[in-house]
Write a protein that binds this ligand. Sequence first.
Ligand SMILES: Nc1ncnc2c1ncn2[C@@H]1O[C@H](COP(=O)(O)OP(=O)(O)O)[C@@H](O)[C@H]1O
Ligand SMILES: O=P(O)(O)OC[C@H]1O[C@](O)(COP(=O)(O)O)[C@@H](O)[C@@H]1O
Ligand SMILES: [Mg+2]
Length: 584
Amino acid sequence: MDSVLAPSSTSSFSSPLNNNNNHHHHHNKNFYKSNINNSKNKSRFSVPSSSGICNLRKFSTVSFGYGYRYGCGCRLRRSSGCSKIHDSTRGVMASSASPENSKPKVVTGPGGYVLEDVPHLSDYIADLPTYPNPLQDNPAYSVVKQYFVHVDDSVPQKIVVHKDSPRGVHFRRAGPRQKVYFDSDEVHACIVTCGGLCPGLNTVIREIVCGLHHMYGVKKVLGIDGGYRGFYAKNTIQLNPKVVNDIHKRGGTILGTSRGGHDTSKIVDSIQDRGINQVYIIGGDGTQRGASVIFEEIRRRGLKVSVAGIPKTIDNDIPVIDKSFGFDTAVEEAQRAINAAHVESESIENGIGLVKLMGRYSGFIAMYATLASRDVDCCLIPESPFYLEGPGGLFEYIERRLKENGHMVIVIAEGAGQELLSESMQSMTQKDASGNKLLLDVGLWISQRIKDYFLKQRKMPINLKYIDPTYMIRAIPSNASDNVYCTLLAQSAVHGAMAGYTGFTSGLVNGRQTYIPFNRVIEKQNKVVITDRMWARLLSSTNQPSFWSAKDVIEDKVDGEESNQLLDNGNCSEESLVCKEITN
Ligand SMILES: Nc1ncnc2c1ncn2[C@@H]1O[C@H](COP(=O)(O)OP(=O)(O)O)[C@@H](O)[C@H]1O
Ligand SMILES: O=P(O)(O)OC[C@H]1O[C@](O)(COP(=O)(O)O)[C@@H](O)[C@@H]1O
Ligand SMILES: [Mg+2]
C-alpha cells in the first residue's frame, strides 16, 4: 500500500494497523479519566450537576481531536440533574465538529491495487488503547494455525482477470485481529433488526450474542425492540446465550422489526444515554442507509461507538456481496409453491399454475426458483419488461404451451409488470413508512387478465390457480446453509467491531468474509442483468419469449457496454449470481 487517498476528514488520522503498541493501557480503568483530565479543555469536564459531578469513569466516549467532545454512560443524563451539561455538550459538539460526512477511505498500491477501506475508531479518536485479543486464550481456537487475520489481508472484488488487468478493487478481509480496541468488560453492545423479515434473522442475532460472549467475554448485549424506533420509543431486551439458545429454529426476529421511524439524533442520543459502544444493525438497503447516517452522527459527536451492519434482504438486492442470507432458503421454499402449482395445473384441462414470489425491484428469487424447479414455463421479473397481447406476447405463448403440453406454470416476481398495472389501475403513488413504493398486486391482476383473455376473448376454457406464498416464504427459519452463512456474517461483524472498525457492512465477496464501507452497499441496487448469460440460461430452460424485438436487442448491445462495465466492476460472476448494479 503506498498512499492513502482520502482518509477521514477528522483532525487526526492514525492507521489502526500501525496503532498496535498501545496495549500498555490494558486494564487501565482510569484511562478515560486520566486522558480527559489531560485535555486542554479539562474544565469543561468538571461542571457539577445538581446531582453531583458525573462519574468520569463511566464515560464511554472520548475524542481528543477537538479537545472537548465527550460522551457519558450516566443514566441521569435525561433527568434534570444531568441534562443541562449533556445538552450543552451536544451543542458544543455540533458547532465544533466537522459537519460534512466522512470521505471514503481508499488506499492504493502497486499494480493498480485499490483497497476500499472501512472507517476505524482511531480515524477520529486519538490514542485509543488496544488489548490482546482474548481469542488467543480460547481453547477452541488453539488448534487454528493462523489465529488472526493479517493486517494487510484483503479480498478482490473481481476475480476474473486478464494477464494485464490491474489488480483492482479490494475489500478488507474480515476476521479476528491480534489487537482489539475494546476491553471485554467495557463493551456494551446492542442489536436491532429493521425492514421486512428474512429467514436467518434470529440466527444472526444468536451468533452476535454468542460470538461476543464466547469469543470475547462480553456480557452486556441489549436487544432493541421493533426496529429503529425501538431505540427511543420502546423497551429493550437483555440478551445472553441462554435467551438466544434456540431462536435460530424460529422464523422472524425475536426483536421485532419495523419500517420508518428513523430519527438519527434520537437514536444516537439513546445510544449515548445507554452507554452503548457497539451497535449491530441487521437490515436491507434502507436499514444500511439508516446505519450509515447513524455512523456519521456518531463520528461527528466523536463517540467511541462501532457501527456494524449485517445485510439482510430476501430480494438479494444489495450490491457487492455474493448473495444475501436467507436467499437460498427462500429459493428452496419457493419450490414447494411451484410444485403445488405444477401438480394443480397438470391435473386439470388447460391448467395454469401461477406463483407470485417476492422481488420488489430485483427478480433473483423468481429467476433462481425457476432455474431450480424446471417445471416453470415462464418467469416474469421486474428487470425484463413484457407485454400481454399480440405476436411474441404472453397470451400467445400461453396458448401455444397449453396446446403443446396441456398445462403450464408461470412464476412472477411481485415487482414485474408494474408499469402495465399502473396503466390500467390508479397510479402507484402510495409509499410505506420507509418510503418504499407500495406495489399493486401483480398476481391478482395478471390472473384476471389471463382469465378475461382466454375465457371471454378466445372462448377457450382454462383453469388458473393462483398461489401467493410470499409471506410464508419470508417467515420460515433459515435452512442449514443459510444458518452457517449467518454465523459467519455475525462473527465477522463481531470481530470487526472488537477490532475498532466501524461504518462497515459485513459481507461475503467471492466466497470470503469482508468489511465493506457503507457507501458501497447503499449507492446501488443489485439487479438481474437480462443481457447476461444467466438470464439466457433461464430463457433456454423455460423456452419463454424474451419479449424483446430485434430492435431492442440491437439498442441494448449499444447500451450494453455500460452493463458489461458494471459487471466487470461488480461482484457478479456469470457462473454464480448474475447481477447488475444500478444507481438508485
Ligand atoms: N435513506 C434513509 N435514511 C435513514 N433511514 C432510512 C433510510 N431508508 C430507510 N431507512 C430506515 O431503515 C429502516 C428499514 O428500511 P426499509 O426500506 O423498510 O427496509 P430494508 O432495510 O429491509 O430495505 C426503516 O426504519 C427506515 O426508516
Ligand atoms: O409487506 P412488507 O412487510 O412491507 O414487505 C414487502 C416487501 O418486503 C420485501 O421482502 C423486501 O423487503 P426489504 O426491503 O425489507 O428487504 C419485498 O420483497 C416486499 O415488497
Ligand atoms: Mg429494502
